[in-house]
Design a protein around this ligand. Structure first.
Ligand code: PRT
Ligand code: ZN
Length: 286
């Protein structure tokens, strides 16, 4: 039977998270960070190719791999003709312009006539054009952040996540221009069998994402306040209400969204809920 070939980063910031995603989806993938370039998943029709992240879009475009996990920054920079099928919520970062701390930065126009070092010339060129800035792009392949110190450039355009690398090189992030996270990319012409495997994989990825953004909540409620409490808990269909041994009290089980979590807890307590337990959800299928 046909199998779906998925390329992931061999060793780097996205490797562990990519493998973790497969594991959560019930797909066992070995992480032999070593010399292995290819591995068959044990219990799902998927094969893994371990590559440098920069090569993944090309491999997927050519159909050497059917799919891949790679940062949006690399997808945009390489500009290959592939589908961005699903954002995966990890490897979050941004592409920013940064200048030496000593600079009296006045706004984007400051970059006119300046020399900017980057490993992302395609994205930088586009951003500069959109903003009518005429700057000199200096392409280098690594350690962009030391360029201003050694006099190779006036500023840099690079990936930032915590900002500590900029800080330790005496740079200040002045413009956050492109946001990126890891995404699942796919070849544009997959066979029907491969599409079916991809759909199964996506189904599992959605269940994992839903579980991650929701919590299971259990609480005790006085019966006479039950209606107020239920209004706060939409649940998947509707909350479950179970009798408690103590007269006049019930136990309520439901699901709450992570991002509304603290607001809901405050409102529930105000409405008389007690003994609130919140538990992570392993998988969630709607
Ligand atoms: O060997 P290979 O080519 O496969 O790997 P690589 O070295 O090119 O990439 P890698 O492993 O560094 O990053 C892979 C992907 O992770 C990137 O393409 C981004 O999509 C994503 N990502 C997320 C990041 C960061 N966060 C990040 N912080 N990539 C790089 N960085 C760099 C940043 O440029 C800085 O130099 O990490 C350093 C620390 O960042 P701060 O801001 O936390 O100090
Ligand atoms: Zn790379």
């Amino acid at each position: 039977m046909e199998r779906l070939k998925i390329a992931i980063q061999k060793s780097g910031r996205l490797s562990d998270k990519s493998i973790e995603l497969f594991e959560k989806a019930g797909i066992k993938v070995s992480n032999n960070g070593s010399r292995l370039l290819f591995a068959e998943a044990a219990d799902f029709p998927v094969d893994i190719l371990y590559l440098r992240d920069d090569d993944i879009p090309q491999y997927v475009a050519d159909g050497v791999a059917d799919a891949g996990i790679v940062g949006e920054n690399v997808i945009i920079e390489t500009g290959k003709d592939i589908n961005v099928t699903e954002k995966l919520g990890f490897g979050k970062c941004r592409l920013s312009l940064a200048v030496p701390r000593s600079v009296d930065y006045t706004g984007l126009q400051w970059f006119n006539g300046k020399k900017i070092a980057t490993t992302y010339p395609v994205i930088l060129k586009k951003v500069l054009q959109e903003n009518n800035i005429n700057a000199d792009i200096h392409v280098i392949s690594g350690s962009v952040e030391i360029c201003p110190v050694i006099g190779l450039a006036d500023a840099i355009f690079d990936i930032v996540s915590t900002g500590s690398t900029l800080l330790s090189n005496g740079l200040v992030e002045v413009e956050k221009l492109v946001y990126s996270e890891a995404a699942l990319v796919t070849n544009k012409k997959l066979s029907d069998t491969k599409k079916e495997i991809l759909d199964k994989l996506l189904f599992r990825i959605h269940a994992i994402a839903a579980a991650k953004s929701n919590k299971y909540i259990l609480l005790n409620a006085p019966k006479d306040r039950l209606n107020d409490i239920l209004k706060l808990l939409p649940g998947m269909k509707s909350p479950s209400v179970l009798p408690l041994a103590e007269e006049g009290w019930v136990s309520v089980h439901s699901v709450v969204q992570e991002n509304r979590f603290w607001d809901i807890i405050d409102e529930l307590r105000a409405a008389g809920a007690q003994g609130i337990l919140v538990v992570p959800i392993e998988k969630m299928v709607l």
